[in-house]
Design a binder for this molecule. Structure first.
Ligand code: C5P
Ligand code: MG
Length: 212
């Protein structure tokens, strides 16, 4: 088995489909991705990596050269340049793989733009499938405004939320459509109670990842 090291310009990704299993988790802001991922972690032992959480941690890290840039992109609801997010994800995956022997990953809130989708699969690992949380905007808006009362997030306010919705439709939906054309998307209806949504999620995972 090869030891994953750094990103290279070779055509082969660092990890093969035999080494790790990657499920992308996509959906608009407030669709419930984080909530459902937490439940999967409990029941199946996935490693849950949220691209947004990794970016916020990097933004807050003392000495980070990207702090100011990341904060700006997040507040404006824009997609942070892919090099930063890819490096954070690659490091996190390698750490879990090397130190804990982790093999099953939920990559939440990523890829949010076509370049990220292509680069991740070319350079890091192929994805098994994508869970797509399909949620009406009015439901997401209500959830985000509620969350904003306590989240402390700079982007859980009406101005940023509108920008995030626009980015999702214009920039992230093409990624969902790209994987859908490869029959690699499972659509989850998520304007339902958490447990009902989770039943759909579990059925998708049980069908597609029978070994774990
Ligand atoms: O997924 P989450 O809502 O936590 O993401 C918050 C913000 O982080 C996004 O609105 C975007 O500005 C940034 N982000 C990004 N690229 C990703 C995931 C998140 O630029 N793949
Ligand atoms: Mg989240």
């Amino acid at each position: 088995m090869t030891t994953p090291s750094t990103l290279t310009s070779e055509s082969k990704p660092v990890f093969s489909a035999d080494q790790i299993s990657v499920i992308f988790v996509l959906g608009g802001p407030g669709a419930g991705k984080g909530t459902q991922c937490a439940k999967l972690v409990e029941d199946y032992g996935f490693v849950h990596l949220s691209a947004g959480d990794l970016l916020r941690a990097e933004q807050a890290r003392e000495g980070s050269e990207y702090g100011t840039l990341i904060k700006h992109y997040i507040k404006e609801g824009l997609i942070v340049p892919q090099e930063i997010t890819l490096a954070l994800l690659k490091n996190a995956i390698q750490e879990h793989y090397n130190n804990k022997g982790a093999k099953n990953f939920l990559i939440d809130g990523f890829p949010r733009k076509m370049d990220q989708a292509i680069s991740f699969e070319e350079q890091i690992a192929p994805s098994k499938f994508t869970l797509f949380f399909d949620c009406p905007e009015n439901v997401m808006l209500e959830r985000l405004l509620e969350r904003g009362k306590t989240s402390g997030r700079v982007d859980d306010n009406i101005e940023s939320i509108k920008k995030r919705f626009k980015t999702f439709v214009e920039t992230s939906m093409p990624v969902v459509n790209y994987f859908d054309k490869q029959s690699k998307v499972v659509k989850i209806r998520c304007d339902e109670p958490v447990e009902k949504v989770y039943n759909q999620v579990k059925a998708a995972v049980d069908e597609r990842v029978p070994k774990i």
